[in-house]
Ligand binder design. Sequence first.
Ligand code: DQA
Length: 141
Amino acid sequence: MKILVINGPNINMLGVREPEIYGTSTYSDLIVFIEKAAFRLGVEVAFFQSNHEGAIVDAIQEAYGTYDGIVINPAAYTHTSVAILDALKSVGIPAVEVHISDVREREDFRQISYVRAACVATVMGKGFDGYAEAMEVLCET
Ligand code: DQA
């Protein structure tokens, strides 16, 4: 099984951005964490991070025919992007939405997720563990 892990804007700033919400571990730490979890699950994993909506759409389209699952933390684009929703629907690859923080307990504008309609599950508020849980869900899907 091949899984593509996509992270949206400002996830590259983990460790620096709002540590009281996102913790002090960096994006590189996240990669290492996911690689270890993928190894345990026996899945192949690749990574993509971008601060640009269109680049994320391109990455989803390019995943078609190559990846069996997508783990996506669209970050702020979760709450705004019909384009990412449409891209996920276009390729039809099983996808799981992940958020490091528990967006349910945050601002009103974070209560909408456009991408959720194209995802088989959502994991939120579990920190980095949420990415491992998302991969487990894809293994069972
Ligand atoms: C986030 C939550 C989003 O609301 C926010 O814009 C992010 C990160 C999370 O992982 O908790 O950038 O997706």
